[in-house]
Design a protein around this ligand. Structure first.
Ligand code: GAL
Length: 685
């Protein structure tokens, strides 16, 4: 089957470029200027209608299409394609007044008011009915409009309203539990309700995990997160079904939030989308935010199963929702955009086209700033449009990663439940540390769900995969037995899918694979550290490991400086079947983590995309005999990179090296296709 993203790119005639277009905020004469400037900036795709419900249906059941009709026609005449959004992320005020019980209820029982967006309970039948009605009308009205090339379902599912604790949610939760567990007895079993005498005798006794006296039941809490994500997924599916029915050929997407959104299971939503789209925003205060960008791009590609994906939103400059909203440096927006492209995006879009003059986001940057076309941002936006237009040949190529990093929302939810060994060991922190080490090594990885087919990877990393199903744990064992290299991080494999401890010694799911047993987790106090045999110091976490066949590659130092696990193994290696299982029994400091992953990659034969100096990001996209090397200079000086034999996209030959100025990016068309990476079974480098 043809990939929907490539069909879309063909229709657009190149890489998608554009952003959210909210003409509702402006008078009609501005729309004409908008489309003229869109053409000038090389825009070929805009998302329309995201928050337009109160315009489309100003009174219950009374529809007014005048604005959308005019805008979509205008865009079409100008040759700008439309990603038409369902407006369901912003129910109109009349809806909330008519159905006050559809407003979300917090865990402490406060009913939220209308006045922002996503002010609805995910399980509200009134919301579902109203949303389906407007989506059905929208779908039928525009299904055959030649401008509409994609449907954009909702906006960032669950960003503001994923967890609702009202009585309607309680009833829906009971139904969800009944479908999954059949009897209350089974719920008692998986939630361990004999602890603190919480046994349920009847479905009606079960409520959402609302605020209570002390710790909530962790199984209930975990299932509530699953239920809540599923409730929104059901809405996503319902809207998608209506769109598909009206226009079978038009691809459907929804903008996901990657690691910015803990509350919904991104993999589940990605699997229900024809094209995977993500939004990404930099945290201005984070000096390593370009690494977070790369991580999220690699997660988007993982969610898209390696296929090209869309960057649906990022910012041209400052956002407005951080404590201090620092504008991007000159060139930073281009660097961000081309890094997403390097990592497999076939489209670069922004929130939003024209900067608002009123409303909650008037201080958020846009493609066309308050200052108009004389601004630095506009200059950068239009030159990026031209540059992407000239790079069309890159689209459709794919990033090939030798390494998979398992990323799982369920493990994230479970690891961060209340009452655990350390509040300071956080899922995303560990994932970021591990990803950062790999980024430093220049090795590209896909962030994938634990149930992904791992056979195409040379190495698999699982930083703190605290919760894992038996099936996924078995698959990782088979992968290693078959010759793969797996690296597990601290506090992995501790519990089953219900957050019940796997007894008999930690890490219960992986003792055999790793050839060890841990009898106690030994978290470190804040400010405390454990000296390691490579002279670095572990913070936060240590474990007492006893070997059952593994060998220690790094140890906690003997003596009191080594911390509570003094003298014991901190990093282990274990031959298992035809492969190797590695374990990090500590929250390793950056250098030790880099050394560990370097050793694993070398043994597994996972190579960097190119041999480049530190601070240079190198990623390759390829398809058939087309191959492109992206080089991004994150340093503050010009760097000479020895990549002989390449040609820049502008056609100039680069016989020996590339000189890349500080902050710059170059895309090289490679003359010869470098040796294709072989599977892990074929041996080490
Ligand atoms: C996104 C959202 C946009 C806009 C943007 C601002 O999360 O989808 O509508 O609010 O953030 O950064």
């Amino acid at each position: 089957m043809t990939d929907p993203m490539s069909t879309l790119a063909d229709r657009l005639g190149g890489i998608a470029y554009g952003g959210d277009y909210n003409p509702e905020q402006w008078p009609e004469d501005v729309w004409h200027e908008d489309v003229r400037l869109m053409r000038e900036a090389g825009v070929n795709l805009v998302t329309v209608g995201v928050f337009s419900w109160s315009r489309i249906e100003p009174r219950p059941g009374a529809y007014d299409w005048a604005l959308l009709d005019t805008v979509i026609d205008l865009l079409h005449t100008a040759g700008v394609a439309v990603d038409l959004a369902t407006p369901t992320a912003a129910p109109p005020p009349w809806f909330s007044k008519a159905y006050p019980r559809s407003l979300p209820l917090t865990a402490s029982g406060t009913r939220l008011s209308h006045g922002s967006r996503q002010a609805f309970c995910p399980s509200s039948p009134d919301y579902a009915r109203a949303a389906d009605a407007v989506v059905g009308k929208l779908a039928r009205r525009y299904a055959d409009h030649p401008a509409v090339v994609m449907w954009h379902v909702h906006n960032e599912w669950g960003n503001h309203n994923a967890l609702c604790y009202c009585d309607t949610s309680a009833a829906a939760f009971r139904t969800w539990l009944r479908d999954r567990y059949t009897t209350p007895a089974r719920v008692n079993d998986v939630w361990g309700t004999d602890f603190w005498g919480q046994r349920y005798g009847d479905w009606e006794e079960i409520d959402p995990p609302r605020d209570t006296t002390a710790f909530r039941n962790p199984g209930q809490e975990l299932d509530y997160r699953r239920f809540s994500s599923d409730a929104l997924l059901a809405r996503h599916r319902a809207e998608s079904a209506l769109l598909r029915e009206a226009s079978p050929g038009i691809p459907i997407t929804t903008n996901l939030l990657g690691t910015l959104e803990k509350k919904v299971d991104g993999h589940a939503f990605a699997r229900q989308s024809d094209i995977v789209s993500v939004d990404h925003y930099l945290v201005a205060a984070d000096p390593g935010n370009h690494i977070d960008l790369a991580l999220n791009a690699d997660l988007a590609r993982g969610m898209a199963d390696g296929r090209p994906w869309l960057l649906m939103e990022h910012s041209t400059s400052a956002v407005n929702w951080q404590p201090v909203n620092v504008p991007k440096e000159p060139g930073e927006m281009r660097r961000n955009s081309l890094t997403h492209l390097a990592r497999g995006a076939d489209g670069i879009l922004f929130f939003q086209w024209r900067q608002s003059r009123a409303g909650a986001e008037k201080w958020h940057s846009a493609m066309l700033p308050h200052g108009g076309t004389g601004t630095r941002t506009w200059g950068e936006v239009s030159s990026l449009g031209a540059e992407l237009g000239a790079m069309s040949e890159v689209r459709g190529t794919r990033v090939q990663a030798d390494v998979a990093l398992l990323f799982d929302w369920h493990a994230w939810w479970a690891l961060e439940l209340e009452a655990r060994p350390s509040q300071h060991l956080r899922y995303l922190d560990t994932v970021r540390d591990w990803y950062g080490a790999l980024w430093d090594l220049g090795v590209t990885c896909d962030l994938v769900a634990p149930d992904t087919d791992l056979s195409r990877y040379r190495a698999v990393l699982a930083p703190s995969l605290y919760l894992v199903s038996d099936t996924d744990a078995d698959a990782l064992h088979s992968y290693v037995r078959g010759g793969g290299h797996a690296v597990l991080g601290p506090f992995s494999g501790a519990v089953d899918t219900h957050d019940r401890v796997r007894t008999g010694g930690y890490p219960g799911a992986f003792r055999d694979l790793l050839g060890l047993v841990v009898d106690e987790y030994l978290p470190l106090r804040q400010g405390e550290s454990a000296l390691l045999s490579d002279s670095s110091r572990a913070l936060l976490w240590s474990e007492r490991v006893a070997s059952r066949g593994c060998t220690a590659r790094l140890r906690f130092a003997d003596g009191p400086d080594g911390g509570p696990a003094r003298g014991g193994p901190a990093v282990t290696r274990h031959s298992y079947g035809g492969g190797v299982g590695w374990y990090a029994a500590a929250a390793l400091p950056a250098q030790s983590l880099r050394d560990l992953l370097d050793a694993v990659c070398r043994e597994a034969g996972a190579e960097p995309a190119a041999a480049v100096p530190p601070g240079i990001e190198a990623v390759r996209r390829r398809a058939g005999d087309r191959s492109y090397l992206f080089l991004v200079n994150h340093t503050d000086r010009e760097v000479r990179i020895p990549v002989a034999g390449h040609t820049a996209l502008d056609g100039s030959a680069l016989p020996e090296y590339v000189s890349l100025p500080a902050g710059d990016v170059v895309v090289l068309r490679e003359r010869a296709v470098p040796q294709q990476a072989s599977l892990h079974r074929e041996g080490a480098r």
